[in-house]
Write a protein that binds this ligand. Sequence first.
Ligand code: NAG
Ligand code: NAG
Ligand code: NAG
Ligand code: NAG
Length: 502
Amino acid sequence: MKPAAGKPGFLSNVLVRLLLFGVLIVILRFSYVVTLAGESCALGGFCFFSPSLNLAIAGTRSGSLNARSAVTESERYASKDWISGVQFYSSVFQNLIAGGFLSPASMSLCVETSTGRDVLALREVGITNAVGISKKASPPLVKYGEARRIPFANGTFDFVFVGEGALERSPRAAVFAAEVARTLKLKGFAAFHVKANDTYSFNSFVDLFSFCCNVVKINNVLGFDSSMPHIKELIVKKERHEIGSDSYSSSKGKCSAPDYKKQLVRNAEALIEEEPLKPWIILKRNVKNIRYLSSMVDISFKGRYVYVDVGARSYGSSIGSWFRKQYPKQNKTFHVYAIEADKAFHQEYGSKKGVTLLPYAAWVRNESLVFEINRGPGENVQGKGRGMGRIQPLQSSGVFDGGDVEKIPGFDFADWLKNTVSKNDFVVMKMDVEGTEFDLIPRLFETGAICLVDEIFLECHYNRWQRCCPGQRSPKYDKTYDQCLQLFTSLRQSGVLVHQWF
Ligand SMILES: *[C@@H]1O[C@H](CO)[C@@H](O)[C@H](O)[C@H]1NC(C)=O
Ligand SMILES: *[C@@H]1O[C@H](CO)[C@@H](O)[C@H](O)[C@H]1NC(C)=O
Ligand SMILES: *[C@@H]1O[C@H](CO)[C@@H](O)[C@H](O)[C@H]1NC(C)=O
Ligand SMILES: *[C@@H]1O[C@H](CO)[C@@H](O)[C@H](O)[C@H]1NC(C)=O
């Protein structure tokens, strides 16, 4: 039997040669694509082949600099990452050609491409008019440009590609989407690679593009690296020009939650069915069980991110201590609206960034109200010296027992909400309004404003057992625990994700 000692040496020799050959092919292929196929200046305002590269070849001073960077460039183009990326995108685009979404004549743009591998792949599969934009230009494939201001004229492209989850990473997905739509020709296609794969995010995506485009195809694609192992490929077609026609404001009155939202409600934590004997402990503890919407679904494809705190009291009481610290925000920046009628809390809001204070009481119409400052006798709330404010319309004043009253402006909260947020925004609301929830929530349903809210944290006020005085119910509220439970149940049955707040 002949010893096989020479074999591994021979094998690795062959492998090295093969590898070198592969690298050579890639470099040749790249220089072919860049130099011969690349001399297209057909794209408005942009020549794929930049003049400085011509100079480099002519051997001027700046040329020798460019030549050196060209060496490191070609090393990059030979790296494993680069090659597998180009191969991956080539197969993606070949499939899109086969599907009729892309053709060799398509003017094509890759938005926020980190490396330009997708641009090169486009050119390799025969689409000569392809260019990329990124915050970090890497000529000749990628020009400087940001998604929120794509540096091309309206209707320039037949095809726009957004890979690497760039749309969902964007802090302003709605602006990004509008820019893609703007630069797309009518009947043009845009393809997006996203990680998100739940029905909530899919519906948000559809809503984000509904002003211009229809989703025409969804593919599941196996990714080529660990950053996106499973890719959802969403293809939209531009059908309309109009921007900003908000279909929501035209639909007055009632609205109903779609099935995918009802499904989310079924996945939420259970409601506490039985009246707690120690509500001050049980309800507080329940916060740990809360299944936040943003821990169940991807909230990337939204316009603005908004938190409305109705009955905000001091900044630290829930905005600072809970929302800013604990609510899972998926890295999004939320704008906060603090609604608080009590003057004592107003001053500190002046210095808070990203917070708008509405120094009025949320109510069912615009009118003056009386506002109770001191807590009623026997109420033993955390002794901060400032009671919770109950409100009443002026006509029925005199209802309050003891305590000072103050006249304050109330406003139509449902109307305000409809004028402030849109269907595409992500809206979280906390409501702690001392019993006024039994007026505000029905009004939100009546006006359809309820459908603008994604998630509600609601404190329901009832004649609860008191910590101070065993066996005694709070005299401050006349609603019962059952009535509160009914309010929560009816919200959930309508597809509103509501949590019991304390
Ligand atoms: C380009 O499109 C945007 C949005 O569709 C529009 O507001 C703008 O007026 C258009 N610009 C030109 C020059 O047509
Ligand atoms: C997410 O994607 C995987 C594979 O692509 C699929 O099997 C799964 O059903 C998807 N989940 C949802 C909620 O769509
Ligand atoms: C959140 O955003 C920051 C800044 O844009 C980024 O550095 C970080 O990686 C992001 N984190 C996640 C989890 O997306
Ligand atoms: C209530 O007042 C606000 C602010 O003055 C106004 O914008 C809004 O239209 C009013 N709403 C109704 C229903 O009158």
